[in-house]
Design a protein around this ligand. Structure first.
Ligand code: DOR
Length: 435
């Protein structure tokens, strides 16, 4: 056995194989022993995990790290620190940067920054050049760099024929397209969800149909091309029904929901606080209920943060001028658990935070990646130690993100990351980032 570096002691291991009491011994970037009562080798650092769950690190399918172009709001370094504190050992960096990640040169730069980060930084490439929706980005060249997932996130691909072509290329390349479902002709000018609250507040709304119409179109394109597609941040009850039917039909589709669409409703906008402005917008209680049930039943595959930092100067503008988006990485698991407690087990929720998104992003071991577990000898040491009973309250000033736009300021949460191990390195110990 190689010389060990770390012993995670006294926890309960949870992964796709189930739960068992076990210590985990790490050497270099690998797990070298898993079992009860592992003897402490000389000189090995101990991470205490008594009363905690030890799970494969979380995987975020949807992080805006803002580099290049908006380093005031976030960088790969600060975003990855926020991720590690939230228990993530991998994030997918969205390509709506400035310039967009639509060519090998920008993609290489972000991948390079990711090598020094506190978690794995996988990169999503843009589907169209400049995310403008007019012509396809060089998907093949980007795929040759190892990019496995493509999206114009922040915008949906409006042109159905271009999306069809993208799906055909993606199928040949073996990569997955991820859609931000938003029909711009229906969503135009919408500041929040179109419904009772938007009428009361006198704000222009985005109807649920803006999301559902594009989702229905894309499902028809998947039926035609048989190419895999992932749906980002679904937010309506109607979207859940569409995905459920598509899966029953056997279409190769996956879907994610965000913590904020599970935890908040459009009633929050009555405060006129731009921290509650997000795209897609916060929806109704009925939608929230449907999303919670869809996560619990497995219709939805993953919880993804849509971590969207924005500089305070921008987020403090009047509601209709502020950019949409909220922070998510440091609070995601605890906020989501609060929203779905009683509907699903914590182990099932971990699946939606770790091994299921790892599969969607093709970062799992079956795809040649290093994420999502299981926790076993020979596996990469990408792990989170989660203290289910730790109580804490969210102080926006203390978050590691460069931005402050969390909607959960002052919330009391139960459950917190105790330690995060990325490639064998303890990057978070006792809820503190180590670099
Ligand atoms: O609220 C959002 N903010 N939704 C998106 O799709 C993009 C994101 C951002 O980049 O700020």
């Amino acid at each position: 056995m190689p010389e060990a570096d770390l012993l995670i002691r006294g926890g309960t291991v949870v992964d796709a194989h189930g739960e068992r009491r076990a210590d985990v011994l790490v050497a270099g970037s690998e797990i070298v022993a898993v079992g009860e009562g592992i003897e402490l080798p000389h000189g090995v650092r101990v991470l205490e995990a008594g009363g905690c769950l030890v799970a494969p690190g979380l995987v975020d399918l949807h992080s805006h790290l803002r580099e290049p172009g908006d380093e005031v709001a976030e960088t790969v370094e600060t975003g990855s620190r926020a991720a590690a504190l939230g228990g993530y050992t991998a994030v997918v960096a969205m390509p709506n940067t400035e310039p967009a990640i639509d060519n090998p040169s920008v993609a290489r730069d972000v991948l390079e920054l990711g090598r020094k980060a506190l978690c794995e930084v996988a990169v999503a490439g843009a589907i169209t050049i400049g995310r403008a929706g007019d012509s396809l980005a060089p998907l093949g060249e980007l795929a040759a760099l190892g990019i496995q997932i493509f999206t114009d996130d922040g915008a949906g691909v409006q042109d159905a024929s271009l999306m069809r072509q993208a799906l055909e290329y993606a199928s040949d390349l073996g990569v997955v397209l991820a859609e931000h479902c938003q029909d711009d002709s229906l969503a135009a000018g919408g500041q929040m969800h179109e419904g009772a609250w938007s009428s009361r507040l006198g704000m222009v709304g985005q109807p649920a149909l803006a999301e559902e119409a594009m989702l229905a179109r894309d499902l028809a394109l998947v039926r035609l091309t048989r190419s895999a597609m992932h749906f980002l941040h679904l937010s309506t009850a109607g979207s859940v029904d569409l995905v459920s039917a598509a899966k029953a039909e056997g279409l190769p589709v996956t879907a994610e929901v965000t913590p904020h669409h599970l935890a908040l409703t459009d009633a929050a906008v009555a405060s006129y606080d731009p921290v509650f402005k997000v795209n897609p917008p916060l929806r109704t209680e009925r939608d929230v209920e449907a999303l919670r049930n869809a996560l619990a039943s497995g219709v939805v595959d993953a919880v993804a943060t849509d971590h969207a930092p924005h500089a305070p100067e921008l987020k403090e503008r009047p509601f209709d001028e502020a950019p949409p988006g909220m922070l998510g990485l440091e609070t995601a698991l605890a906020v989501t658990w609060k929203a779905v407690t009683g509907r699903m087990s914590f182990a099932a929720l971990l699946g939606a935070f770790s091994w299921q998104p790892a599969r969607v992003a093709r970062l799992d071991r079956a795809a040649g990646g290093r994420q999502g577990g299981p926790v076993e000898v020979g596996a990469p040491a990408n792990l989170v130690v989660w203290d289910q009973s730790a109580g804490w309250s969210v102080d926006p000033a203390k978050l590691a993100s460069r931005s402050r736009n969390t909607p959960y300021g002052g919330w009391d949460l139960t459950g917190r990351v105790r330690h995060t191990v990325h490639e064998g390195e303890a990057v978070v110990i006792d809820a503190k980032a180590q670099r």
